[in-house]
Design a binder for this molecule. Structure first.
Ligand SMILES: Nc1ncnc2c1ncn2[C@@H]1O[C@H](COP(=O)(O)OP(=O)(O)OP(=O)(O)O)[C@@H](O)[C@H]1O
Ligand SMILES: [Mg+2]
Length: 253
């Protein structure tokens, strides 16, 4: 499991807190969604979990070990990370992009290739058609699928996903959400998923953590946030969702 205890981060002594005293834990097999608007500290929080950023104060444990004291590479081996900006290597083929971590782990080329092709298949990209292309020859949504395949390549226990379905049309987004739910259930991944989309959070999150200006306003099951919001910020956010849902239910078909 993943546990954050009183985590704060500021980028410089005079800077405001990007993340301010956040504590939360994610249990095995659970999906926790971090929800909040632009600049509230979601990416910074996610990055600290695999040490792409170091906290200014506080402690993070993964599998009961303080991550400041474990080898970064072995930490990252257990964590798949889907970047907000995807970050595929443009000069590598799609297959080579997916093989990056297995290559670092020293897998034989036949095993790497079989794994990459299996994953491309799983995220809906036929290897025969896509594996030899470069990222620039894929649509944005297809590139996001590659980002997900790459994060899954070494079969990590944990998956950190930073707005992986941002900038996708509603239909593709819906398909990929379904796909993620399937992958999560069949492979038992523990997921931290970042989004600014409330409906995506409601669909994917076993629990949702609402962030606002670096603070975790509340974390709980969707129905807890809907029915017993802890702060006016959460009440307003979920009140809006409820009104939209009511509108949809009341809409003539
Ligand atoms: N490397 C950095 N140096 C200085 N400030 C930073 C750095 N990275 C993030 N920040 C600041 O920290 C705050 C939180 O940024 P973060 O990227 O975590 O937000 P976010 O919630 O992921 O936003 P978005 O939804 O737009 O991706 C912002 O005010 C941002 O400007
Ligand atoms: Mg972000």
């Amino acid at each position: 499991m993943i546990r954050l205890s009183n985590i704060s981060k500021r980028f410089g002594d005079a800077a405001p807190f990007a993340v301010n005293d956040v504590s939360l834990s994610v249990t095995e097999g659970e999906t926790v969604v971090l929800l909040g608007s632009s600049g509230c500290g979601k990416t910074t929080t996610l990055k600290m979990i695999n040490r792409l950023e170091e906290p200014t104060s506080g402690e993070i444990e993964v599998d009961g070990r303080n991550i400041a004291e474990v080898d970064v590479l072995s930490l990252r081996r257990s964590i798949g990370y889907v970047f907000q900006d995807i970050g595929l290597f443009p000069h590598l083929t799609i297959r080579e992009n997916v093989e990056i971590v297995p290559r670092l782990l020293g897998w034989a080329s036949s095993r790497r290739r079989a794994r990459a092709d299996e994953l491309l298949e799983q995220v809906g990209l036929a290897p025969g058609e896509f594996a030899s292309r470069r990222p620039a020859q894929l649509s944005g949504g297809q590139q996001q699928r590659v980002g997900i395949a790459r994060a899954l390549a070494s079969d990590p226990v944990y998956l950190l996903m930073d707005e992986p379905f941002g900038a996708l049309d509603a239909v593709t987004r819906d398909q990929l959400q379904t796909e993620l739910l399937r992958i999560k259930t069949s492979f038992g991944k523990t997921v931290v998923f970042v989004t600014h989309d409330l409906f995506e959070a409601l669909r994917l999150g076993d629990r949702i953590g609402v962030m606002n200006r670096g603070r975790l306003e509340q974390i709980g099951k969707p129905e807890e946030l809907l029915h017993s919001p802890a702060t006016s910020f959460v009440a307003e956010l979920f009140g809006h969702a409820r009104r939209q849902a009511d509108l949809l239910e009341g809409a003539p078909s």
